[in-house]
Design a binder for this molecule. Sequence first.
Ligand code: BG6
Length: 154
Amino acid sequence: MDFLHRNGVLIIQHLQKDYRAYYEFLNFMSNVGDPRNIFSIYFPLWFQLNQTVGTKMIWVAVIGDWFNLIFKWILFGHRPYWWVQETQIYPNHSSPCLEQFPTTCETGPGSPSGHAMGSSCVWYVMVTAAMSHAVSRMDKFSITLHRHACGRGL
Ligand SMILES: O=P(O)(O)OC[C@H]1O[C@@H](O)[C@H](O)[C@@H](O)[C@@H]1O
């Protein structure tokens, strides 16, 4: 497990150091995808616009959270922020410094991340809904164009 945690810490350091310029964007994406928004914003909103997407949202929240809970019970993984303080693999107090954010300040087991699982599900449902909406509009537009062209004898 130490091997996994060590590599996880390296990835976090890489993201926090080399992608600092994208902080606002990544934070925005993370906040928009926050699963807690499903119940208060996305489900009521999507259910009005499209019942299928609204229902998908609520299932994603329920099934996603359930899976996350089961995986957390099984793995019971450390969070990188406390693991770097507790592990013995960094000699002479050379443990890396990881930046924390309000969403990462959680006390329960950290692996797998509920936030990562939930946000990717939210984004998946929203992006696929937007894409199928765009495709159906394009289809309608091309049918109208085709009819128009046929009507003019082109
Ligand atoms: O398991 P993780 O990654 O700490 O994420 C859990 C948290 O993820 C957040 O997105 C949710 O809003 C919180 O309610 C939840 O506790």
